[in-house]
Write a protein that binds this ligand. Structure first.
Ligand code: NAD
Length: 484
């Protein structure tokens, strides 16, 4: 059994683990069997104050290093993760987050990629110069770290997303205080320790396991926090965004999605169905970019529905340690209840169930597809964040684009067509942070600017776009004339 299970994990501050000052603990349950995996200290306001004070010291230590030395730390972290990530973290990821083995493996390898990409950004924090009104004056622009960044992370990809949210601010010279999801704090503790093992000053990264109100809120509201990175729900994003504006600190908000997949008339329905299933049911739909609204042009609608039903019903689910497993359990019982409520609402309002519709076993829910729900049903308007998608017909490309834009969210979209005129027309007109032609809406790339509009958030993360968000520009000028 892994060293992480059936033991106590303290808060991680300045390289040391300790209980919370108020003595709180909580059990982390495994979605695989809903049994406790380990007990974790529950941070409160006093712990936040301590961690932020430590991070202020960490900021001086870390931002004072030469860029090549910061780069070396992130590269070393990538090297350890590549060599030992599976041995150390695979079982933890599976048991703590309910990931199936292929998703857990992908998360580890993507984390390596993110660490290397972040390392590559360290030496590219370029400034600028610009001409002045007067010949004896010079102006230049520097990029400087924001300072101490609060990182508030979700449960669905608890290693890779946390790495994305922490490694780029670190690359830019910030220190970070991490508030991981209360569902998956153990992998966050392990990740921070790996960074310190790679040479990051221990003061530059702390982890405060705990709950949103008791720990997350005092962290993002702390007067010494200079920037915020949140990946989470739109509801949390609204609260954190408001808190950030109160204190006028920048907040990168990576929030929920209700992504559309357009299936246009020129594609093979069978191939399109396989792509739609891959984009929807990865990690049981617990993916912000899952294509949960599938819009199909009328001429191939019937054939597509028949094909996607076959594809979805053929998915192997539940046995997360099996390489052929498509997905495992949802994170907790509330997540299962939400899926059921969205499905019941759609069926009550006249939609048709194409396949699935019930719990497979434990917290594993069947791949579920609903045909033609009304546009005010929760399945169409709200993020379900589970294996539940709707399929609707569209008369033509124009109507398909209108339906895609019939959403408060704007994270990602896919357009399945071989006709690039149609593909680009849709890509330009769909309101989303990303549109993928010839593929589904769930795409990752460490260099890409990921983020959305509307309820999907504010800002972009990935590559240089992240380091830009976690630095601020400073104009420095120098007078060469005889002014003094
Ligand atoms: P969540 O909003 O419930 O929690 C996210 C984090 O916010 C957790 O650490 C939580 O404890 C904390 N939090 C909650 N209330 C808070 C408060 N008042 N103040 C400060 N912190 C608070 O989200 P979740 O359920 O963990 O994750 C799933 C959500 O994340 C989905 O909506 C999904 O779409 C979204 N997500 C978005 C992206 C993206 O790139 N846009 C990626 C992954 C997940």
């Amino acid at each position: 059994m892994s060293e992480y299970f059936h033991c106590d994990h303290g808060l991680y501050i300045g390289g040391e683990q300790r209980p919370a000052i108020d003595g709180g603990w909580f059990d982390v349950l495994s979605p695989l069997d809903e049994m406790p995996l380990a007990r974790v200290a529950s941070a409160g306001e006093k712990d936040v104050a301590q961690a932020v004070a430590v991070a202020c010291k960490g900021l001086d230590l870390w931002s004072g290093l030469a860029p090549k030395d910061r780069e070396a730390v992130l590269l070393k972290a990538a090297q350890i993760m590549e060599a030992e990530g599976e041995a150390r973290y695979l079982e933890l990821l599976i048991r703590e987050s309910g990931s199936c083995i292929t998703k857990a493996r992908f998360e580890i390898s993507y984390t390596v990629d993110l660490l290397r990409t972040a390392a590559g950004e360290v030496r590219r924090l370029y400034g600028d110069t610009f001409p002045n009104d007067r010949p004896d004056r010079m102006s230049m622009v520097f990029r400087e770290p924001l300072g101490v960044v609060a990182v508030v992370s979700p449960y669905n990809a608890p290693l890779a997303l946390l790495c994305k949210m922490a490694a780029f601010p670190l690359a830019a010279g910030n220190s970070v205080v991490i508030k991981p999801s209360e569902e998956t704090p153990i992998i966050a503790l392990a990740f921070a320790k790996l960074l310190v093992e790679a040479g990051l000053p221990a003061e530059a990264v702390s982890v405060l396991p705990g709950f949103g109100v008791q720990c997350g809120a005092p962290l993002v509201n702390h007067s010494d926090i200079d920037g915020i990175a949140l990946t989470g729900s739109t509801q949390t994003g609204k609260m954190i965004g408001a808190a950030a504006m109160q204190r006028m600190v920048p907040a990168q908000l990576e929030l929920g999605g209700k992504s559309a997949l357009l299936v246009l008339r020129d594609v093979d329905p069978e191939r399109a169905a396989a792509i739609a299933v891959a984009g929807m049911f990865n990690h049981g739909g617990q993916i912000c970019m899952a294509n949960s609204r599938i819009i199909v042009e009328a001429p191939i609608y019937e054939a597509f529905c028949a094909a996607i039903k076959r594809e979805a019903e053929a998915l192997e689910i539940g046995n997360v340690f099996d390489n052929s497993c498509a997905y495992g359990p949802l994170i907790n019982r509330r997540a299962v209840e939400k899926i059921q409520a969205h499905l019941d609402d759609a069926i009550t309002r006249g939609a048709t169930l194409l396949c699935g519709g019930k719990v497979h076993e434990g917290l594993v829910y069947e791949p579920t597809l609903v045909v033609n729900p009304p546009r005010d049903a929760s399945i169409w308007r709200e993020e379900s964040f589970g294996p539940l998608a709707s399929i609707v017909p569209a008369e033509d490309l124009d109507e398909a684009i209108t339906l895609a834009n019939d959403s408060d969210y704007g994270l990602s979209a896919g357009v399945l067509t071989l006709n690039m005129q149609w593909g680009f027309t849709a890509a330009r007109r769909i309101k989303a942070g990303a549109v993928h032609i010839g593929m589904h809406s769930f795409q990752s790339n460490a260099l890409a600017p990921v983020g959305g509009s509307g309820y999907s958030g504010v800002g972009r993360s990935g590559g240089k776009f992240s380091t830009e968000e976690f630095t601020e520009l400073k104009w420095i000028s120098v007078e060469l004339g005889a002014a003094l």
